[in-house]
Design a protein around this ligand. Sequence first.
Ligand code: GLA
Length: 399
Amino acid sequence: MISLIAEHLPAFLDFSPGPVEEIRVFFAPGRVNLMGEHTDYNGGYVLPAALALGTYLFVRPQPGSRVRFASSSFSKVVDGQLDSLQYQSEQDFANYPLGMLSELQNKGYELSKGAAGDYYFVGNLPHGAGLSSSASVEVVTGYAASRLLNALIDKADIAVMAQAAENHFVGVNCGIMDQFSVAMGKAHHALSLQCDTLEYAYVPIALEGVTLVLANTNKPHSLVESKYNERRSECDRALEDLHRAGLTYPNLAAISVEEFAQVVQCFSSEVVRRRARHVVFENHRAKHAPRLLEQGDAATFGQWMHDSHVSLRDDYEVTGEELDALAQAAWSVPGCLGSRMTGAGFGGSTVSLVRTDCVSDFMETVGRVYRERIGYDASFYQTDIGDGVRELTKEAWLS
Ligand code: GLA
């Protein structure tokens, strides 16, 4: 971490010349979701964890109302004024911090009282891997601005504002899972979150001798957003069908596994019925999986990961051949306790539980099978479960 900051400091000083002492550095992680996919916008449970990889943000506060954004991954510098923050597609990555600042202003925070200045982003999350790099950028910006203003905004509230920024400013209709886990994550713990009430609990990941391995399909991004929105409207339709039948469920996750058999005739099409079935069973897994983690029952947890992937493949239809190739190859490797896609799907990454002594064989075998089947390489990451958004003290990086 310190070496990464030292490595990028010269580029920041090029972008924003001035005394090093004025600089503040913040970090927000990416996330991996262990269980509960496409349940967040259906009012259900999710079980994500924050990664040690994420987004570093260097800020030099400046008087006035000018904000400038740059990133080590893009050549563009975006210049704005706090009283006219607007979405423009050519602003690229800068739309995420702009959206976050705009949302803070909507909530009444006066950003010109300390949060104007130069913002420089350095990310070490793999791009397009479905590990929430955009939520990481939004949340780190919101947290940094709140600290620059000396405003004590709860991290959970920053997450809610970041989701609003993504929904209304950037125009992506995501749920709350990514922003919440990036803001609230805790090292060595998963976060069991009920997305309707935002009640949460930290669950220790006590899996002795087991390593979490992420595998990125490296599939070029395509249609993720439109397919995601399609699934959301199919879920809306499923709920309307239930309401039309006189059932008053507030959301699909409110249906229990037992009740599902009784309401199954209410759905107006086979597709809608399958989407609802995924949500009900996936929510059941996400709600009860924390118990397995606490008991260190990696074998059952792994079986549920398998069931989750199959449900996302067959009922929710968000996997695609790249994610299926990775998961299927993983299931047959000795020492792999479970594997599933993580995040929205349609590309992105899988997460696998692998016995630590089998990790290199796992990466070798799954990598080879994937290349043979898909024609290009997957990338593998072993990353720790880290803390949520925070400021890095000057003592930690300025030595
Ligand atoms: C994306 C969204 C989340 C969630 C997942 C699917 O990551 O941003 O809100 O819906 O997909 O579980």
